[in-house]
Write a protein that binds this ligand. Sequence first.
Ligand code: SAM
Length: 261
Amino acid sequence: MQKFDFIRNYISYRYSSRTKFDVHPPFLFDLITKVFEDKKNYPDYQKVEKLKKALIKNRQTISITDLGAGSSMNKNLERSIGFIARTSSKDKKRGRLMYRLANYFKPGNILELGTSLGLSTAYLSFGSPESKITTIEGCPNIAALAEDNFKKLKLDNIDLICGNFDNELDKVLNIIPQLDFAFIDGNHQREPTIKYFEQCLSKTVNDSVLIFDDIHWSEGMETAWEHVKQHPAVTLSIDIFFMGIVFFRKELSREHFVIKY
Ligand SMILES: C[S@@+](CC[C@H](N)C(=O)[O-])C[C@H]1O[C@@H](n2cnc3c(N)ncnc32)[C@H](O)[C@@H]1O
């Protein structure tokens, strides 16, 4: 069997991914043009990125409750806030994409699995201040820092739940009328990812958007992504290597795209 090779897979993505000129669904063309290619420097970006810079400089250590696949870079259960900010949160390019996706779709309900320090949540919140955002984080010390960050940024459309996805996800799904947008960014393993996807399906509607982070991080995550893509309810999937996005719109004919981003 061939060994899993992240770098080789990334190089293959760079060479084989397509641009908007290779895609035909107008929905996807519009999304690429207005969201993926939007290079405007929104003032809200600076608010999140200034906070991230300050967090990266913070050497204070906290103890971590690791309920997920864990950090591949530091197995200690004591970590500095700076280390968490540097290694757990999305980089600028993908954080900004989250902002623009939320801004473009303006979802009623947003669910995030994996808050960490709340930086991706902040991008989502600034991108769509009218949305009701629920975000779940398993580590109480990290969750407390995220709450502080939401206060610093004066974000008031976020409900942070501290607990294990395995216990909290169903409770959230039972309360919300429908799931318009979800960002699955924690516990990057095959079985949990498939399970969270299937739980989310109970509340997806025609216009829902589900985003999975790190779909090529491991063999297990690639298998989970294949499962998600092949699900009969999914009509369009977009692979931008570090993330996968799926749609359920019945008006689209079933297609899968690997898009340069
Ligand atoms: C990659 S980080 C999230 C980063 C954040 N979305 C961002 O970009 O700013 C994943 C987070 O999920 C949390 N997590 C992992 N598995 C979990 C589980 N089973 N239940 C609750 N939280 C979990 C971890 O504690 C970690 O803080």
